[in-house]
Design a protein around this ligand. Structure first.
Ligand code: PLP
Length: 376
């Protein structure tokens, strides 16, 4: 699979500019990273202020670093009361690793239940729970005791037992092509976890930060996870992940052995400062209030006999074509036409729309014009 190989020299808002001066509308935001747009002025100012103060000064957790403390405070102010302890990591995958370790310590169990067609990262633990043998098979042996079951299957909830340390699910399955949970399934999953004592870990690395039209995806479904995983937009364009749980749970990582999860750069002060500014901008500017209206505009405009379906949740869409080949042709022609889009790992026949939440009506109209004229 050849990379796009664009050489970008500038990014601003919803636009990228390449080395030849050509402008692109960015419909994927670095894969759900640039939710507040590229180089939001508040993010740039926060980064600059932190550069003047300090960069890395100590491995995570040893010193009190105010960007970490303040950002953790802001996050927990906007989360249910039970999610009040934040552990910052370098990446989404490291957050997944931390959550799996935490679940083992909290429950004294080792089995993990994950879902077919889920993606949680590329490190060996995260790869072990990835929902596709095609992607994980070549790297065996991986973690033992992982059971893959069907997302949205009420029947498969029976695979969650008193041996299960945790169940890891995406609130909305991203790489399956934006696949939301069916009505009440997440509630049933929550109940099954509570019954069996398994921790419910929700991966909101793509679902979080307004993508779905609410700050967190789980708010649509009237449940609260035991552990929440964040990444991507969490850092406002800088590398940052987090696993968030109750302090009563998180304390299990602090004892016997001490330092149950160690990270040198996790919660880097510049990344925390950037992420906090991005979250403040997201909230202050009400960026996700129009997610559904913008989705509706995309849907209204995206009419073509070759579009088989549009799967969506908030400002997040998978436009389905008959095959990967057709989809790839459209993606390549879009790039030619000045629109950046992509496919999905487990839905390669679907074109990805996951733009900065700030995308304007005019940009939506221009981008859809290019998509439609790219369909042969
Ligand atoms: N979880 C989900 C849902 C993701 O989409 C990703 C990355 O694409 C990850 C976890 C892993 O995050 P990272 O690439 O930062 O390790």
């Amino acid at each position: 699979m050849a990379p796009m190989s664009l050489e970008i020299v500038k990014a601003e808002g919803c636009e990228l500019i390449d080395v030849s001066g050509k402008r692109y509308i960015d419909l994927i935001g670095g894969i759900s990273v640039a939710n507040v747009g590229h180089r939001h002025p508040k993010v740039i100012a926060a980064i600059q202020a932190q550069l003047e103060a300090y960069l890395h000064v100590m491995v995570y957790g040893e010193f009190v670093q105010s960007p970490q403390v303040q950002y953790a405070k802001l996050l927990t102010e906007h989360l249910p009361a039970s999610l009040h302890s934040v552990y910052f990591t370098n990446s989404g995958a490291e957050a997944v690793e931390g959550a799996m370790k935490l679940a083992k310590r909290v429950t004294d169990r080792t089995e993990i239940v994950a879902f077919n067609n889920s993606y949680h990262g590329s490190t060996q633990g995260a790869l072990s729970i990835m929902g596709s043998e095609y992607w994980r098979g070549a790297y065996r042996p991986l973690l033992p005791g992982v059971h893959h079951v069907e997302y949205n299957s009420f029947k498969d909830l029976a695979f969650i037992t008193t041996e299960t340390a945790c169940v890891i699910a995406e609130t909305v399955q991203a790489e399956a092509g934006v696949k939301p949970p069916q009505a009440d399934w997440l509630k049933a999953l929550r109940m099954r976890c509570t019954e069996t004592g398994a921790l419910l870990v929700l991966d909101e690395i793509q679902t979080g930060f307004g993508r779905t039209g609410k700050l967190w995806g789980f708010e649509h479904f009237d449940i609260v996870p035991d552990v929440l995983l964040l990444g991507k937009a969490l850092g406002g364009g800088m590398p940052l992940g987090a696993f968030i749980a109750g302090k009563n749970l998180m304390d299990c990582l602090a004892d016997n052995p001490v330092l149950g999860h160690i990270t040198t750069f996790g919660g880097h002060p510049v990344c925390c400062a950037a992420g906090m500014a991005a979250m403040q901008a997201l909230l202050e500017e009400g960026m996700f209030a129009e997610a559904d209206a913008k989705q509706a505009l995309f849907r209204q405009l995206l009419q073509h006999p070759k579009i088989r379906a549009i799967h969506s949740f908030g400002l997040w869409m998978a436009v389905e074509f008959e095959s990967f080949e057709v989809c790839k042709e459209v993606i390549d022609a879009c790039v030619e036409g000045g629109v950046i889009t992509d496919w999905f790992l487990f839905a390669a026949n679907c074109l990805r729309i996951s733009p900065p939440l700030t995308i304007s009506e005019e940009q939506i109209r221009m981008a859809v014009g290019v998509i439609l004229s790219s369909i042969k």
